[in-house]
Design a protein around this ligand. Sequence first.
Ligand SMILES: *Cc1c(COP(=O)(O)O)cnc(C)c1O
Length: 418
Amino acid sequence: MEIFERLESNVRGYCRSFPTVFATATGATLTDESGQDYIDFFAGAGSLNYGHNHPLLKGALLEYLTADGVVHALDMYTVAKRRFLESFEQLILQPRSLEYRVMFPGPTGTNAVESALKIARKVTGRQNVISFTNGFHGMTLGALALTGNGGKRAGAGVPLTNVTHMPFCDYFDTETSTITILEQYLHDNSSGLDLPAAFIIETVQAEGGVNIGSRAWLQELSLLAKRFGILLIVDDIQVGCGRTGPFFSFEPFEMQPDIVCLSKSLSGYGLPMALTLMKPEYDVFQPGEHNGTFRGHNAAFVTAEAALQAFWKTSELTETVNRNARLIRDTLLDLASGCDAQVRGRGLIQGIQFADAQLAGRISRAAFERGLLIETSGPSDEVLKTLPPLNISEQELQAGLEILSDSCQSIMNQPALV
Ligand SMILES: *Cc1c(COP(=O)(O)O)cnc(C)c1O
């Protein structure tokens, strides 16, 4: 590991939680160069919803490369892009009666968020945008301004402006209506809040600590947006693509966001790819007004299309998610009953928040030593976040949960660190 520590920037992060050198990966298992296996309850922070190197996706990619399919084409028309758009329309948009235009921003999530912000500001002519406490939307300056985390914001080096943060769903407690507070700010011409171009939300705040936006809260926010002429942007980058069960996390709530951001598991294979979906009337950019060299990542189009064909023709994956979610939830509730902790989640993003914030990190380290990758999230890294591939086998899921329980047990039996 010497070269990493000597040559690679201090900014490196996840490698510190999982200090080994990984070599190969299939399904829900990563293997390091010494041959040690790790069950993956992290899945590339939600970029590997279908697991590592899924054979159907790999097959499609290899076939495309072998035939000298175009890999880079800026945003020129290609056969791979056409096939992706056709499948996305047929398997995702049409069955859900969603009418969106599809924009390819740069290939990462933060690009999708930046383009969504530009669109909302251009459409409304307003500058301010409301994001929510503990929200996470990316690292470029526009997206970072939306992000709550102080540690991340500290890296900006310039003021992060044109954003107002309002309390997310149960930010205070379950009694206080954060919608009433927001509504009052919007109504009161003397509140000091500039009427925003948009609200941007995650239906489940993933990095922010697995905080759930309740059905009522999401629906009321949606109505508030309509009433005040504010665009609703759903950042479905981490909890879309089936993570909570349905393809889009907002599907169960009869919401119609004006703009949707997708990335992470969109390519299905861990290849960079992002989408910004907007209602047709908000397709306001001039040709090339938002640009980028890697918006036509055709290898990602190929695996993304293969993933749609493999997983989104039936409701089977959604049912698997629901079944696996129950297993995880039962284990986490068990763990929580032995200590001061709270369990929450939707589908295959489930978290356990410990009153003693140190515990989450200590359990994650103990799990790594036993062959399980599991990350922490939340403002003080006090939430253990389980994020396995959606199609993990029941056997591997059980094995991972056993390691998690053992790790928890071993830490509980140890005296606390000072
Ligand atoms: C990961 C993430 C982003 C940023 O995506 P990048 O590809 O890291 O730029 C934005 N929003 C959410 C909700 C995310 O989880």
